[in-house]
Design a protein around this ligand. Structure first.
Ligand code: DAT
Ligand code: MG
Length: 148
């Protein structure tokens, strides 16, 4: 079963959108297997966004991600990576369609509320950055046969 790393970035926490956003992932049918509140260190933020090192927005992005608490989650389910990316919408909130998290709650590119892994391979790497193996809880959800 596919897993993905989802972050509710500091803007989502500051704007009190944590419950709303987690609710969307839950209602879609994703299974919550890890959840915690983290104030990301510079080191963690650098590792998480290593692929963007050298880009003009990199320093600002790190300042943003380390500016306050982030809710880190591991979600599991069939096609969890693309399913979560679809719920999130496009990177730019202004261009993201209504009905998506970024489309419904923001206009910004940087302050776009959520992070979601972009491939199963990157999900494994990112989960390893944010969670220790013992922090993940594997269980059978009672509606699994209905949700898929
Ligand atoms: P996504 O988060 O949709 O996977 P990404 O991996 O390309 O997008 O970029 C990571 C984050 O960096 C993104 O959520 C917001 C920020 N970002 C991307 N492009 C940007 C830009 N042109 N200006 C400012 N911030 C940007
Ligand atoms: Mg990305």
């Amino acid at each position: 079963m596919q897993q993905t790393l989802i972050l509710l970035k500091p803007d989502a926490v500051q704007r009190r959108l944590v419950g709303e956003v987690i609710g969307r992932f839950e209602k879609k049918g994703l299974r919550l297997v890890g959840l915690k509140l983290v104030k990301a260190s510079r080191d963690l933020a650098e590792k998480h966004y290593a692929v963007h090192k050298g880009k003009p927005f990199y320093e600002s992005l790190l300042t943003f991600l380390t500016s306050g608490p982030t809710v880190a989650m591991v979600l599991e389910g069939r096609e969890a990576v693309p399913a979560c990316r679809a719920l999130m919408g496009l990177t730019d909130g202004a261009k993201s369609p209504p009905g998506t998290i970024r489309g419904d709650f923001g206009l910004s590119v940087q302050n776009n509320l959520v992070h979601g892994s972009d491939s199963p391979e990157n999900a494994i790497i990112e989960i390893g950055l944010w969670f220790k193996p013992e922090e993940l809880v594997s269980f059978t959800q009672t509606d699994a046969t209905w949700v898929g």
